[in-house]
Write a protein that binds this ligand. Structure first.
Ligand SMILES: Nc1ncnc2c1ncn2[C@@H]1O[C@H](COP(=O)(O)OP(=O)(O)O)[C@@H](O)[C@H]1O
Ligand SMILES: [Mg+2]
Length: 312
C-alpha cells in the first residue's frame, strides 16, 4: 500500500495504530510463536521483540556473529505474516542504494516511444512522464514502506558509515521518503524495523536512542541443546549435549572467532554424518573445521589437552 502526498507532513510514528499488529498476548505468547517456526528465543529477547512490536519501535540487536540476530528478523516476519525487506549494509553504502534509483534504460525507451508516437507533445509534458512510478526501482527501504505492513531488516549496520547512519536515523524518525519528482512516500503502517550490529564499531547513541536495544549472548547450554534438537532431530540427544558442552568451552578460550549457533549446528551435523552418536575426542579433533574458521584457533585448540576440552 502506498501513500503519496505532495506535502511532507510529518506525524509522530508512535501515534499511528498498527491495524495488522497480530494479537500476541505477551512475550511468552510471542516466544511460542517463534518456537513454532524453529527459532528458540530466551526470555529477554522475546520481551524485547514483543515490546518492539507493540510500541512500534525499531529493535536494535547487537551481539557476536552467529547468535541469531538475522534469523530473529526472519522469524518475526514469518509469525506476523509480513514480507521482509533486507538492507545489507557495507562500507560506502549510500542513501540512493537503500532507497531507489530511476531506471534509466526504461526511461530512455519510453522517451523514444513517446517521441515516435506523438511528435507534438511538448518537452515539459514529456519530461514529466519520465518520472513516473513505473520507472522507479525501489530499494529495500522504499519497498518496506510501500509494501506495508512489513518487516525491515537493516543488517550489520556497523558496516555502514556515519553519513548513512545519519540518513537512517532520519528515515526511522518519520518513515517517510521524499522523492523530489514524485512526492512523499509514507508507510500506512510503520514497518517493524530490526537493526543488527556485530559491534565491529560503536553505532551512534542517537540511532540507539531511537530503538529498543538488546544484546544477544551465545545461548545458555540448555537452550543450545534445545536448538540443536529442534533443528537437527536426526542427531542423538547425547551428541547434541556433548557438542553444546564442547562449543561452550570453545567460547571461553578467547578465540579469534568464537563459534556461533550455525557452527554448533554444522559441527553436530558433521559428526552425525560420520556416524557419531556421542562426541568421540578423535572424531571431534578431525571435524574442528566445522566449528573453527581460523588456523590460529584450530592450532590453539589442538594444542590443548583434549580432556580439558572434550572430556567431562
Ligand atoms: N535462537 C535460535 N533458535 C534457532 N536457531 C537459531 C537461533 N539463533 C540462531 N539460530 C541459527 O543460527 C544460525 C546463525 O544465526 P544468524 O541469525 O545468522 O546469526 P547472526 O545474524 O547473529 O550472525 C542460523 O542458522 C539461525 O537459524
Ligand atoms: Mg546476521
Amino acid at each position: 500500500m502506498l501513500a503519496h502526498v505532495s506535502e511532507p507532513t510529518v506525524q509522530p510514528v508512535a501515534a499511528v495504530p498498527d491495524p495488522a499488529a497480530p494479537g500476541f498476548a505477551g512475550p511468552g505468547d510471542l516466544a511460542s510463536a517463534l518456537e513454532a517456526t524453529g527459532y528458540l528465543p530466551d526470555e529477554g529477547l522475546a520481551t524485547a521483540a514483543y515490546l518492539a512490536l507493540v510500541m512500534h519501535r525499531p529493535l536494535f540487536l547487537e551481539g557476536e556473529a552467529g547468535v541469531g540476530k538475522t534469523a530473529l528478523a526472519h522469524a518475526l516476519a514469518r509469525i506476523t505474516g509480513r514480507p521482509i525487506y533486507r538492507l545489507q549494509c557495507y562500507e560506502g553504502l549510500e542513501a540512493s542504494q537503500a532507497l531507489y534509483d530511476w531506471d534509466f534504460g526504461r526511461q530512455l525507451l519510453h522517451l523514444r516511444a513517446a517521441e515516435a508516437a506523438h511528435a507534438t507533445t511538448d518537452t515539459e509534458t514529456l519530461e514529466a512522464s519520465l518520472y513516473d512510478r513505473r520507472f522507479l526501482l525501489a530499494r529495500p527501504l522504499l519497498q518496506a514502506l510501500e509494501d506495508s505492513p512489513s518487516v525491515l531488516l537493516v543488517d550489520e549496520v556497523d558496516r555502514a558509515d556515519d553519513e548513512f547512519e545519519a540518513f537512517l536515523l532520519e528515515v526511522l524518525s518519520d518513515f517517510t521518503i521524499s522523492i523530489p519528482e514524485l512526492g512523499t512516500v509514507r508507510a500506512r503502517t510503520p514497518p517493524l524495523v530490526v537493526l543488527t550490529s556485530n559491534r565491529t564499531r560503536e553505532v551512534h547513541d542517537a540511532l540507539k536512542r531511537r530503538c529498543l536495544y538488546h544484546w544477544l549472548q551465545h545461548p545458555e547450554f540448555d537452550r543450545e541443546v534445545a536448538i540443536l534438537r529442534r533443528r537437527l532431530p536426526q542427531v542423538t540427544e547425547q551428541l547434541a549435549r556433548e557438542v553444546a558442552r564442547a562449543t561452550a568451552k570453545l567460547r571461553t578460550l578467547d578465540l579469534l572467532k568464537p563459534p556461533g549457533i550455525a557452527e554448533t549446528m554444522d559441527w553436530a551435523t558433521a559428526l552425525h554424518t560420520l556416524g557419531a552418536r556421542d562426541l568421540d575426542p578423535d572424531l571431534a579433533a578431525r571435524t574442528l573445521g566445522a566449528v573453527l574458521k581460523y588456523r590460529e584457533d584450530t592450532e590453539r585448540v589442538q594444542s590443548l589437552a583434549r580432556g580439558a576440552l572434550f572430556g567431562g
